[in-house]
Every structure is written in structure tokens, then in C-alpha cells.
Design a protein around this ligand. Structure first.
Ligand code: ITT
Length: 209
């Protein structure tokens, strides 16, 4: 089995912690963007999570020469026609933080009854080398949006995302618990065999989900 370096390409510390925890144990050296402080950021203006994840992974892989893992993820709310979707990070405007995004979300849902608050987190992971995307995988987690923030874990929309089967928001879950069921956790578990194949030196064609 080859040994390799994989760059985890995210500037979001909440995501970074989750990705590092889920990939722990793979025989790879994981690096982060902190090791490449001067790289330009990619433009994330694709209309799909998949498009943005591939673009982000290829961008950093081409600049660093490393296999690069990037995700694009976000929250889709049925009553908002799937918004904020690919705009999740900047829902309340450029430079806005999670508190502002959450405040906007709750404001937009003010007329929507509790029974109509269905939502899902979605994540698409892309693994790229400098010249091509090597694998992609996706995952989703279904829940409902609650007005009252609950919990201090996670990041982003987690305090308002209730998973009914667990009676908890994703911000109330322990990190291991969120990682086991989350959109990102599922996508990473799905892409892991492709990474193992690559390390073993074989092609990963056909392993995309
Ligand atoms: P990078 O592009 O650097 O990875 P980002 O935060 O800009 O960081 P995205 O473009 O993928 O990442 O936006 C994802 C947004 O979706 C994120 O900022 C949160 O607002 C939301 N989000 C995604 N996954 C989430 C999760 O597990 N819990 C809560 N919110 C999440």
C-alpha cells in the first residue's frame, strides 16, 4: 500500500474537525490549508454541491500537487424551496457569521408551522489529484428546523437542526454521534473505500456513488 498526503481543503474549522476525526486511522498523512497559507481561494459559484466540491478539490490539488479532499455542503429547507442550499455559508450576506445566517433562517420560517419545517443537510465530497477528480460521494441527514437554538456543539445551523429520531439537535450530539449519522460522515464513509483503493495503487473508476 502506498503512503500519501491528503490535503483537507476547508477553511471552516468545524468541518475540518469532523473530517479529520472521520478519516483518522487511514494510512495517510493529513494536511490542512494552514500548511498553505498563501493560496488563493476558489470561486464557489456552481449551482450544485457536486460542482462546487469538485471545483474546490481540483483547485487546491492543482496548486499543491497533493490529493485533495473538499466538500461542499449546506442546508436545504423544503418550505424555502431548497434554500439556503449552495448559499448556506453566506445566506445572510457576504462576511456574515453563523448567528446571522441562523437569524435569517428563523425569520424566513416565521410563518411556517412546526409540522412544515422539514429540512436536510447535504454534503458532496470530492477527492481530486492535480489533473482530475478521482472520486465523489454524497450524504444527507434529514431533520426539522426549530426556532429555539439548542446545544453548543457542531457549527453553522446545528443548533436549529433537530433530528426527530434522536430528539436532539445536531449541536446537542457528541461529535462521534453527529459524525456517525451526519451528511458529511456518510459521504466520508462512502469515499473511504476509494481512498483505500488509491492507496493500494488501483483505479477508483466506478466507485463514485
Ligand atoms: P469551505 O468552503 O472552506 O469548506 P464553508 O463554510 O464556506 O467552508 P461550504 O461552502 O460548504 O463551506 O458551506 C457550508 C455551509 O453549510 C456552512 O458554512 C454551514 O453554514 C452549513 N453547514 C454545512 N454542514 C453543516 C453542518 O454539519 N452543521 C451545520 N451547518 C452546516
Amino acid at each position: 500500500m502506498r503512503s500519501a498526503t491528503i490535503l483537507i481543503a476547508t477553511a471552516n474549522q468545524g468541518k475540518l474537525g469532523e473530517v479529520m476525526a472521520i478519516l483518522a486511522g487511514l494510512p495517510v498523512h493529513l494536511t490542512t490549508l494552514e500548511d498553505y497559507p498563501d493560496l488563493p481561494v476558489p470561486v464557489e459559484d456552481a449551482e450544485t454541491f457536486e460542482g462546487n466540491a469538485k471545483r474546490k478539490a481540483l483547485h487546491y490539488a492543482a496548486l499543491t500537487g497533493c490529493w485533495t479532499l473538499a466538500d461542499d455542503s449546506g442546508l436545504e429547507v423544503d418550505a424555502l424551496g431548497g434554500e439556503p442550499g449552495v448559499h448556506s455559508a453566506r445566506y445572510a450576506g457576504p462576511g456574515c457569521d453563523a448567528a446571522a445566517n441562523n437569524a435569517k433562517l428563523i425569520r424566513e420560517l416565521s410563518d411556517i408551522s412546526p409540522g412544515q419545517r422539514m429540512a436536510r443537510f447535504r454534503c458532496v465530497i470530492a477527492l481530486a489529484g492535480p489533473e482530475e477528480v478521482l472520486a465523489t460521494a454524497s450524504g444527507a441527514l434529514h431533520g426539522v428546523i426549530v426556532d429555539q437554538a439548542r446545544g453548543t456543539g457542531g457549527f453553522g445551523y446545528d443548533p436549529h437542526f433537530l433530528v426527530p429520531e434522536y430528539g436532539m439537535t445536531t449541536a446537542e450530539m457528541l461529535p462521534e454521534q453527529k459524525n456517525r449519522i451526519s451528511h458529511r460522515g456518510r459521504a466520508l464513509q462512502a469515499v473511504r473505500p476509494a481512498i483505500e483503493r488509491l492507496l493500494a495503487g488501483s483505479s477508483v473508476a466506478g466507485l463514485n456513488d
